[in-house]
Ligand binder design. Structure first.
Ligand SMILES: *Cc1c(COP(=O)(O)O)cnc(C)c1O
Length: 376
């Protein structure tokens, strides 16, 4: 996809905030614990390589990604630290992972057998982490019998090096920890069945780590916290307070490209969902749903100059319109998302407005928006 460098619309990322968030988490780790920076999905929209390099400078020991290609992107950027793919990679690509020293997750016994067939043709040895489904209901071993069989398989096979075993929490961000405790118990049980002891047994995501749920984990898979966002983001429940302040890194900025006064009866946008009742000043912003600025943001207030102005009319693919209090010059700055967590257009407020979580708002920002990096 083409990145629009000749259009005034940019995702700005404060690398100093990212560095600080990781440094705080590193200081907060239990003795001996390591931090793996989760940079899947282009580092939650922030840009995988710049975030990964900042994470290393801040004390990260390795990385987690969701798909093999994201791991390869880091290797191409000369990152040599451990990389774990959290999702299921088709076993036929096990040799590609092994050749690039990328660790894969084993979701079940059948995967092992298929991956071994592929690896045997090459003489390569693959590093693996055993995935455990302790209650997330997504991937990994959940039955004792299959897990023991996989362990026995590992003992006889020469194609694999066991590096880790992990599970993922479904509700570490919730004040009610009954399901969390059930997942902990299931994981502890599966641990007892291990026949080979991996280097890293891990369960912590950002929420489990910063809300001090105090379970043993050799490494923390630190994701959303990197970006300065509180994982406790359910609009229906009060936020849990993290153990240290998080500093958001991302803002989304553009400019007015067109300003005009419309008159009574004039409509704005597809379907004319906004019709002027009197003379009204309308500004146009060159960002739309193709940039990930979805149609549900209609009515949300963005900051134009110093004023919060409502989006009027339907958001188009590439542009949207705002109602201005008065004529403003073309080129006036428009801040769609602020990095200030207390601003009315913070990413959390934006996510609440469209009934989702800030993870999703950040990930949706498309490659058409260039990423610009600064330190402040
Ligand atoms: C995405 C993910 C993480 C990171 O979660 P955050 O809530 O962003 O910290 C950790 N582990 C797994 C398995 C994941 O898929």
């Amino acid at each position: 996809m083409i990145s629009g460098i000749h259009r005034p619309a940019v995702v700005k990322v404060n690398l100093a905030a990212i560095q600080e968030n990781i440094e705080h988490e590193v200081a907060h780790l239990q003795a001996g614990q390591k931090l793996f920076a989760v940079v899947k999905a282009n580092a939650y929209g922030h840009g995988a390589v710049p975030v990964a390099k900042t994470a290393l400078a801040a004390g990260a020991s390795g990385f987690c990604v969701a798909i093999l290609d994201e791991g390869l992107e880091l290797r191409r950027a000369d990152i040599v630290e451990p990389i774990l793919v959290l999702g299921v990679v088709s076993p036929e690509y096990a040799p590609v992972a092994a050749a690039n020293n990328i660790s894969l997750t084993v979701p079940n016994l059948e995967w092992f057998q298929e991956a071994e067939k592929a690896l045997k043709k090459t003489n390569l040895k693959l590093k693996i982490h055993l995935g455990i489904d302790s209650g997330m209901g997504r991937i990994g071993f959940s039955e004792d019998e299959e897990f023991v069989a996989a362990n026995k398989f590992l003992q006889t096979s020469h194609s694999f090096e066991i590096e880790g075993m992990f599970a993922h929490f479904a509700s570490a961000d919730s004040a009610d920890d009954s399901y969390f405790q059930r997942q902990v118990a299931k994981f502890e049980h599966m641990k007892q069945l291990l026949l080979v002891k991996p280097k890293w047994i891990h369960v912590d995501n950002t929420a489990a780590s910063i809300f001090n749920k105090a379970v043993h984990s050799d490494l923390v898979r630190f994701g959303i916290g990197i970006y300065g966002l509180n994982p406790s983001s359910n609009p229906a429940s009060a936020d849990l307070e993290p153990a240290f302040a998080l500093k958001p890194a991302l803002s989304l900025e553009s400019e007015l490209t067109h300003v005009k006064t419309i008159h009574q009866g004039d409509g704005v946008g597809y379907g004319s969902t906004f019709v002027a009742e009197q003379d009204t000043v309308i500004g146009t912003v060159p960002v739309g749903y193709a940039d990930g600025w979805i149609r549900k943001f209609q009515g949300f207030k963005v900051k134009v100059g110093d004023v919060y102005c409502p989006i009027v009319g339907r958001i188009c693919m590439d542009q949207f319109m705002v109602e201005l209090p008065e004529k403003m010059p073309i080129g006036t700055k428009v801040e769609l998302i602020s990095a200030d967590p207390t601003a009315p257009n913070s990413i959390k407020k934006a996510a609440d407005y469209v009934d989702t979580i800030h993870y999703e708002v950040a990930c949706l920002l498309s490659d058409r928006l260039p990423r610009e990096y600064y330190r402040k």
